[in-house]
Design a protein around this ligand. Sequence first.
Ligand code: FAD
Ligand code: NAG
Ligand code: NAG
Ligand code: NAG
Ligand code: NAG
Ligand code: NAG
Ligand code: NAG
Ligand code: NAG
Ligand code: NAG
Ligand code: NAG
Length: 629
Amino acid sequence: MAHLTIFLASVVALVPLATGFDFSHADTTLAGRDIGSSSSIAFGHTSRSALIRRDAPKCKVFPGDRNWPSDSEWLRFNSSLGGALLKPRPAAAVCYRSSPEYDAAACSFLLNNATRTNFFFDDPLTILTQWPQGNTCPLSANPTGNCTQGGFPTYVANATTVKHVQLAVNFARNNNIRLVIKNTGHDFFGRNTGAGALSIWTHNLKSFELLPQYSQPGGNYRGAAARVGSGLQIWEAFTHAAEHNVSLLAGSCLTVGAYGGYITGGGHSPLSSLYGLGVDQVLSLQVVTADGKVVTADATTNQDLYFALRGGGGSTYGVVTSAIVKAHPAINLTIAGFTFTLGRTNSPPGPNPTITSSETFWKGFNAVFKFGLPTADGGGYLWTNGIPAGNNSYLMQARVQLPGYTISQAANFTAPLITELNALGIPVVLDTAAITTAPYSGRVASAPGGGPPSSSRFASRLFPRHSWEDPILFNATMDAARKTVEAGYTFHGLNMAPTEKAGGFSPPAGVNPVWRKTIMHADVFDPTNYGTLTAAEADAAHQKLQSHMEAIRAATPGGGAYYNEADLQEPDWQTAFFGENYGKLLKIKRARDPTQVFWAPGTVGSEGWAVQGQEQSGLPTQNGRLCRV
Ligand SMILES: Cc1cc2nc3c(=O)[nH]c(=O)nc-3n(C[C@H](O)[C@H](O)[C@H](O)COP(=O)(O)OP(=O)(O)OC[C@H]3O[C@@H](n4cnc5c(N)ncnc54)[C@H](O)[C@@H]3O)c2cc1C
Ligand SMILES: *[C@@H]1O[C@H](CO)[C@@H](O)[C@H](O)[C@H]1NC(C)=O
Ligand SMILES: *[C@@H]1O[C@H](CO)[C@@H](O)[C@H](O)[C@H]1NC(C)=O
Ligand SMILES: *[C@@H]1O[C@H](CO)[C@@H](O)[C@H](O)[C@H]1NC(C)=O
Ligand SMILES: *[C@@H]1O[C@H](CO)[C@@H](O)[C@H](O)[C@H]1NC(C)=O
Ligand SMILES: *[C@@H]1O[C@H](CO)[C@@H](O)[C@H](O)[C@H]1NC(C)=O
Ligand SMILES: *[C@@H]1O[C@H](CO)[C@@H](O)[C@H](O)[C@H]1NC(C)=O
Ligand SMILES: *[C@@H]1O[C@H](CO)[C@@H](O)[C@H](O)[C@H]1NC(C)=O
Ligand SMILES: *[C@@H]1O[C@H](CO)[C@@H](O)[C@H](O)[C@H]1NC(C)=O
Ligand SMILES: *[C@@H]1O[C@H](CO)[C@@H](O)[C@H](O)[C@H]1NC(C)=O
């Protein structure tokens, strides 16, 4: 902590006042005079007085229903939004000759160039995992069929102010319309889309302001912080951080939203063993609640929301419009990476050797994972991939990520692992050329690009520390992991220790308490393309994946699954995703959103509703009408 104090002193001396970017979005809110006599956009009742009525409609209204607002009502809503209402078509409509949007040049851009740009994140509908929207209107040079709206929303409010968000919440609630929230569209199981919905698109809430001296009300953090709009992507947040010589904790994929799904659902990072999870960064939140009001949630005000929105999930209790998060001293991330392969011929020593002994390969696989414990305890993050490469060939990729280490410190730190691999007969050489160092959360000059959407699935597990410390459990854990790779899945591990101590003992958060004793989060990636299967095939592929997860769960008693990177059909998902916090979170959900304005699959309290017609695809999609069950 000593270096933090020095850092603060210097920043405070240099920058006595907050250095502002445009923060007007947070200050433009909905007033009574904006509403006038329009009941359609009026505020809701406060949570206490609103009770679920016995005659509450069974389903949300759907386009074509008698109660769906008329065109003139949508027009009025659009003018209250100042023209920010969109009725977008799927991006790939430009590739369909039967669509009025058909445009060969635009289609060519989508096919060839879009992934090098921010295109898919600047699109109001696109989500990166496409099966939840029903695989509608897939991108293709020669598409078959017509481009339909499928599980995409009907209307989108392109929010650039808090007022836009409030208006959309009120309009959806007052008209019983399904409401969804989309930020970047990275979500893995469709919490960001829904057929016949009005979507609040938070992507353009981009403000940033450094607060050099911030005292957390009712909390224990005092120091540099940043006030951030909930639409910032990680690369944008990092660019601001670099300008102010601070570091902001966020995920590794630069296109993810730093302050939407990431902070509300958990948020792991290469800095997690040092500073905890995304939820531990949050000092205060600005939130639009189900009644359309805008409130502050922190350790002294609306503590229930402050608890729930730090790990209890997005799309559940309200819409986050901005946050105040910790800003840490600038730090370098040093990465020592190597790969070894099980193949047909032995290669000479080097950073990426090939060996031929299967027994040796799997011993090396275990040795790498075992090193996850000292890595996490040393403040680091061990990134690994066990990859099946066909013909009984396998790859073991490892990147030991060490924040705050110099290259020579990192070489020294990883030396015991390299020595062990060498002793096993795996000739990995980790010279300094294989170790990189660079500022963590450095400047990113332009959008890193991403997409196109795909239709894959995976399942995941939070592995408790005792599955490493107990040799019998560790053996069973590694056996189960190896079997997933041998069965054709990629086993992607991330060792870290985001303890409460690392998180700075922030006030209690809704995040799954299992995270605090976690030593690894791992994804088991299924190579199946779920976009082209019959319902029976999709179901069989999913059951096969889950049978492998059963063995992993058996080896990791007391574990869970990371809500933001998980299988929607995780057994007993309430406990797996939220652990012992589920009951408390459900009470907060019921009190804050009694009429269920917010709904998304796998969210707290979502059990009461289901999307109709899912059985047709064999997948839990959002392509249907949302009704109570
Ligand atoms: C390539 C890739 C890499 C990833 N890497 C990491 C990683 O390193 N670490 C990690 O922890 N996670 C990682 N994730 C998972 C990521 O955290 C989740 O997908 C997260 O939900 C994305 O949030 P978003 O706001 O960007 O996306 P969206 O899909 O737009 O939103 C996700 C969910 O959050 C809700 N939401 C979004 N904004 C708000 C808001 N302002 N208020 C209320 N609810 C909101 C949405 O309704 C939706 O339910 C990764 C995902 C991908 C696809
Ligand atoms: C909303 O109004 C704006 C400005 O007039 C217009 O450009 C936009 O197309 C309208 N949206 C819809 C859905 O009609
Ligand atoms: C796509 O990129 C190529 C260069 O890689 C460029 O020549 C072409 O004009 C681009 N096409 C579009 C539609 O932007
Ligand atoms: C596509 O739309 C056209 C015109 O609306 C219709 O005639 C045709 O049957 C549709 N094709 C499919 C595969 O649904
Ligand atoms: C959303 O609004 C922003 C700000 O006005 C604008 O720049 C952007 O083009 C809009 N997006 C769409 C898809 O209309
Ligand atoms: C940036 O912060 C780091 C860490 O606190 C410090 O060592 C460095 O001197 C700072 N750089 C500048 C240019 O202020
Ligand atoms: C990051 O590494 C560079 C190069 O090794 C070094 O000059 C710089 O001081 C380091 N920055 C911090 C914050 O440690
Ligand atoms: C497996 O080996 C066969 C025969 O050498 C080769 O034809 C095939 O391409 C290999 N498959 C993969 C996935 O490497
Ligand atoms: C290398 O690590 C050992 C312990 O593993 C430690 O004693 C030694 O000081 C380290 N050397 C350097 C240069 O960091
Ligand atoms: C686990 O233990 C058994 C029995 O001792 C042994 O055969 C097996 O190889 C071990 N598995 C791993 C992954 O170490």
